[in-house]
Each structure stands twice: as C-alpha cells, then as structure tokens.
Ligand binder design. Structure first.
Ligand SMILES: [Zn+2]
Ligand SMILES: [Zn+2]
Length: 159
C-alpha cells in the first residue's frame, strides 16, 4: 500500500531541501545533512526523538537542538509537513511536504501514506457543496496495522 520512496527520489528531495536551505543562509553540516536524509526518506514518518536517535548513531555529538532547528526551518519554508496528534509527539514527512492523507496505527503509532484515487473527487465534492476554493485538507485514518493484528488480533477496543 505504501509506495516506498526509492533512493533516487529520496536524493532528489534531499537536494531540494539543501538548495532551499542554502537560499536561507543555512549552513549545511554533516549532522544537518544526516537529519535531512532521515526526513527525506520519511520512513514511518519520524518524530524529532526518532530522528535524534537515528542521527546520533552516526554523529554521537549531535544535539536535539540541531534537530529542532532544522525541522523548524524546513517547516517555515514548506519543505516539511508536520503531522500533529493530540497526546503524542509531532511526526514529520519530508518526502511529501504537501497535505496528504495518512493512516495511523493506534497501537504501534506507525504512519503510512495511502494512495487514494478518490481524493480528487472528495475535494471537488467539498468545493461544490460549499462554494469554497479548497486550499488544503486534513484526512487521517486510525486503525490497527497488519503487524499489530498478527501479534494480537483486533478486539473491540479501538481507542
Ligand atoms: Zn501497528
Ligand atoms: Zn505522509
């Protein structure tokens, strides 16, 4: 279901982020480049904590402030989509920095991008019904992922 970004696409996203950041006089250090790599791959839509853990494996001296600084700037220049959920860490998608639907596992908090062919129709329908020019959207689905279902079959609780 999730079209896994191939490495060429991830590289393309990284290059785009790097050139946009340079336009804003942001110095690209090896640590910051490592942060961009994690964000561009967007595997599972990482949180700041997850990015920090990943980058520290290669650059043990990286501070969490470096992660926040990079994330905040990318957000400001629309190169990063922030996905916020009540009661949880914000998650990030640097591979698709524009609004798109998400499917979230309520058990393991995995987030993936479904490819919804009917999204255009839904958007057109919303515009028709309201007379609005639709600029953006938020569309999240919550459920139990395949891995979690195998571990413990779905029971009545969906909270
Ligand atoms: Zn799960
Ligand atoms: Zn996404």
């Amino acid at each position: 279901m999730e079209p896994h970004p191939n490495s060429a696409d991830v590289k393309k996203r990284m290059h785009s982020m790097v050139s946009k950041l340079r336009e804003h006089d942001f110095r690209i250090t090896p640590q910051r480049l490592a942060v961009l790599r994690v964000l561009a791959a967007s595997e599972g839509h990482p949180s700041v904590e997850r990015i920090y853990e990943t980058v520290r494996q290669k650059f043990p001296t990286t501070s969490i402030a470096t992660i926040y600084k990079t994330v905040n700037l990318l957000k400001q220049i629309n190169e990063l989509l922030e996905i916020s959920f009540p009661g949880g860490s914000n998650r990030y998608d640097g591979y698709k920095p524009f609004p798109h639907p998400h499917v979230l596992c309520v058990r393991c908090k995995k987030i993936i991008d479904p490819d919804l062919g009917s999204l255009k129709d839904i958007t057109a329908e919303a515009a028709d019904q309201t007379g609005f020019d639709i600029l953006s959207h938020r569309l999240d689905f919550f459920g139990i992922c395949g891995d979690c279902k195998k571990e413990q079959p779905t029971t009545a609780s969906t909270k």
